[in-house]
Ligand binder design. Structure first.
Ligand SMILES: [Zn+2]
Length: 315
């Protein structure tokens, strides 16, 4: 395994090939890596650049609204690498860039071995299938969907239905930024599109009030009956006591572990929001890497790497 990974690294470093050409090669499709000292994958972080002349902000956003002012991929990796994280899934940041995924694609083009992208598409478009397939060639291996943007029947638009259908063949998961009250309607979509991979972000925000409500956690656990649903165990700064060491979240993680197993859970930081002065990058990964005691070494590796790898680094 290690020999293969090192060979892949050598190929990427030495070939000078275009990133898209590298990705198109089936032989090199699996498991890019940054080496054994950085084995982990952060399944969810945002980045943005103060270079807003090159990467335009949404019309309603001005550069002084960026908070922090800068969080580039270099700044992200500067906090991630010392904690053993060599790869990151970059998540489109709607509040700043809307449907424009170009900064994340730029980061992927510069570092195809490090990054994959969860992008966003306007589901009011009639060509979401075409968009998904085009973006797959640019490192976009999943899509963020969010009831906070398309109000009302957010899962019922023609473009959204086309996305769920397309994802069953492209394998780009529908990544749901939802609240507990949305779990039932997402479950109905899973029934309708049983071959579509789905990832629930941030425990469906259970615990955001400070309290993990058992009925909400049961709803999330019940979604495990759909075999292609996975959950990001992430965004600790926003949940429970909202400060390190985040140990009050362990019973929720344990219950999800019993429902989903290590193959369907993945750790993520949600940077730069996890770095808020109280919480840190280390306090996030440390909960899974160093503290939880109910997993085997192999299961811990799945939570910190393998699940995210098979979900997002499949090309
Ligand atoms: Zn996020």
């Amino acid at each position: 395994m290690q020999i293969k990974l090192n060979r892949r690294e050598a190929l990427v470093a030495g070939s000078g090939m275009l990133a898209s050409a590298v990705l198109s090669s089936q032989a090199q499709a699996m498991a890019p890596t940054s080496g054994s000292d950085t084995p982990w994958i952060d399944a969810h972080s945002h980045i943005w650049t103060p270079d807003t002349s090159k990467f335009k902000l949404r019309e309603t956003v001005t550069p002084d609204q960026l908070a922090p002012h800068s969080f580039t991929d270099e700044e992200l990796m500067a906090v991630a690498t010392p904690e053993g994280v060599g790869r990151v899934v970059l998540i489109q940041h709607w509040p700043y860039h809307g449907w424009d995924n170009s900064y994340l694609i730029d980061a992927w083009q510069r570092h195809p071995e490090k990054f994959r992208i969860v992008g966003m598409i306007d589901d009011a478009r009639s060509d979401t299938e075409k968009q998904m397939k085009a973006l797959l060639k640019q490192g976009v291996t999943g899509f963020r969907i969010n009831p906070g943007i398309t109000k009302g029947d957010w899962l019922g638009t023609a473009g959204m239905q086309q996305m769920w259908k397309t994802a069953a063949t492209t394998r780009q998961p529908m990544c749901c930024l939802i609240n507990p009250e949305n779990l039932a309607e997402v479950g109905a979509m899973c029934t309708r599109f049983p071959e579509t991979p789905v990832v629930i972000d941030h425990f469906a925000r259970i615990g955001v009030t400070g309290e993990v409500k058992p009925a909400e956690l049961k709803s999330l656990c019940d979604l495990a009956k759909h075999r292609l649903v996975k959950v990001k165990i992430s965004a600790y700064y926003a949940l429970g006591k909202k400060q390190p060491p985040h140990e009050e979240l362990v019973p929720m993680i344990r219950q999800l572990f019993d429902a989903y197993g290590a193959d369907r859970l993945m750790w993520a930081s949600d940077c730069p929001y996890q770095i808020d002065g109280k919480s840190t990058y280390r306090s996030s990964i440390s909960l899974i890497r160093d503290h939880i005691d109910f997993v085997t070494k192999e299961e811990r590796t799945k939570l910190l790497c393998t699940t995210a790898e098979s979900t997002f680094f499949f090309v």
